[in-house]
Design a protein. Structure first.
Length: 460
């Protein structure tokens, strides 16, 4: 029995472990690039440098979102085509996906360099953090197109049945970054620029490994014509990848909005502008780690879901959904309890030179992350709908929680001041989760009896 056929007959829990665990590790390792910078920069330079890297963060998330827009969409389409036993279209899907990511990445970095320090000021840099933010960003931006291609290819590689390879490529890059950070900061004394150099060195090696996989793929063979973008392939890819893009762009909007509001309300408080900004960077990194566990579970299940959906095995798809949700809730609950009972440990991990900063960061961490399991389950539902081609419903769920969060972030501080910015998250979590339940009930009911949904025209 070949590897892809096992997706339609193997034990679901074993398949989920095989595909989801490497996917989770890949996503967490990807987070470590930025988190390692935060830890070593915080310990070696100070919390203001942490705030500076946090200013650049929204731009890197835009790049991440574009890569997932094409990469996750391409992976979902690849899985369904394999389930339908349509192998001829696979090279065009993969080649068009890679070129689309590369071209949009080049456009993105051109805009970043043209925007310069003015762009960083608009998204939240203060007078104290702007020089460091630009010193860090100008190096990070240079590698973004290749880093984006690598990230998109990781999704393709997992869909091709090689989740361990995708994880290995990420691990090698992360190890290079983890070794490079202390060397460049503490030994060579290159400061925040050293952290950026260590990051792009790791990203470049991961890129080379992922490109190398294209010459040994299991289910497709590429030639130079495969890389000519084909609109009929990209249309389906983009429809299926929309929820991934929306999720990442929502993070950008939320981060920029929070940066601006934290500076404004922080200036009116005893904490000033830079302490709230630095604290928010820390809790967002922790939020990202746990969210990536949830996304890793759902995205890791995507090849299994897509194959079985394409094969018409609806019962296996439904059973897998409930399995993913159970694992997601359990793992995110454990993480949330750790944050609630041991906030000081996580705050000090990123450097804590000020007692006032520690006090503020611990309090806000516990507030912002208190209902994290609801967020994780809600995001997992959006990815599941993406996996079965329900693009419109998936996009709605992807933007639901973050849209509510934007509204509450603007409104709640009017009544609670600076702390209200952090209370906005649990408010959004409760309502988003409540609204997600009827959407999923409808989709699961429809899944049991509907005809196969065309890949290029996702159902609402």
């Amino acid at each position: 029995m070949n590897d892809s056929a096992i997706l339609g007959s193997g034990k679901l829990s074993s398949l989920l472990a095989k595909f989801a665990v490497p996917c989770i590790f890949s996503l967490i390792i990807s987070c470590l690039y930025n988190i390692a910078d935060q830890i070593f920069v915080g310990q070696g330079i100070g919390y203001e440098a942490n705030a500076a890297t946090g200013v650049v963060f929204p731009i890197t998330v835009i790049g991440w979102g574009i890569s997932l827009f094409f990469g996750d969409g391409g992976a979902a389409m690849l899985s369904m085509k394999m389930g339908e036993n349509d192998r001829k279209s696979l090279p065009a899907i993969v080649g068009s996906t890679v070129m689309a990511i590369l071209i949009t990445g080049l456009v993105l970095i051109a805009l970043c360099y043209l925007g310069g320090t003015g762009l960083l000021t608009v998204i939240g840099a203060t007078e104290a953090t702007l020089p460091m933010a630009w010193s860090y960003g100008v190096i990070i931006f240079a590698m973004m197109p290749l880093a984006m291609v690598q990230n998109g290819l990781a999704s393709i590689i997992r869909a091709d049945g090689s989740p361990e390879y995708a994880m290995g490529a990420m691990i090698v890059g992360a190890v290079i970054n983890l070794i490079g950070d202390p060397l460049t900061i503490f030994v060579f004394h290159w400061g925040i620029q050293g952290a950026a150099i260590a990051t792009i060195a790791g990203q470049f090696v991961s890129f080379l490994l992922c490109i190398g996989y294209l010459f040994r793929a299991k289910n497709f063979r590429l030639s130079w014509p495969s890389f000519l973008p084909k609109w009929h392939s990209l249309t389906g890819v983009m429809m299926l990848g929309t929820s991934s893009l929306i999720t990442q762009l929502s993070i950008v909007v939320i981060t920029i909005l929070n940066n601006i509001l934290l500076v404004h309300y922080g200036a009116l408080s005893a904490y000033g502008s830079d302490i709230p900004l630095a604290a928010f960077v820390v809790l967002m990194k922790l939020f990202q780690i746990v969210l990536n566990i949830a996304i890793g579970l759902a995205a890791g299940a995507q090849p299994i879901v897509g194959y079985n959906y394409g094969s018409g095995k609806r019962d296996r798809v439904t059973d897998l959904f409930w399995l993913v949700m159970a694992w997601t809730f359990g793992l995110s609950l454990v993480c949330t309890l750790a944050f609630e009972f041991f906030p000081l440990f996580f705050v000090q991990l990123f450097g804590a030179s000020s007692k006032l900063y520690v006090e503020f960061a611990c309090s806000c961490l516990r507030i912002y992350l208190c209902l994290l399991p609801l967020t994780c389950v809600q995001k997992g539902c959006a990815i599941f709908l993406q996996s079965i081609g329900h693009g419109k419903s998936s996009a709605f769920l992807a933007v639901l929680r973050d849209g509510l969060l934007i509204v509450f972030t603007l409104v709640v501080p009017m009544f609670l001041g600076l702390e209200g910015i952090f209370w906005a998250a649990p408010c959004a979590d409760v309502i988003a989760f409540a609204l997600t339940i009827p959407v999923m009930q409808t989709s699961l009911k429809k899944l049991k009896g509907d005809a196969r949904v065309p890949v290029t025209q996702p159902a609402a």
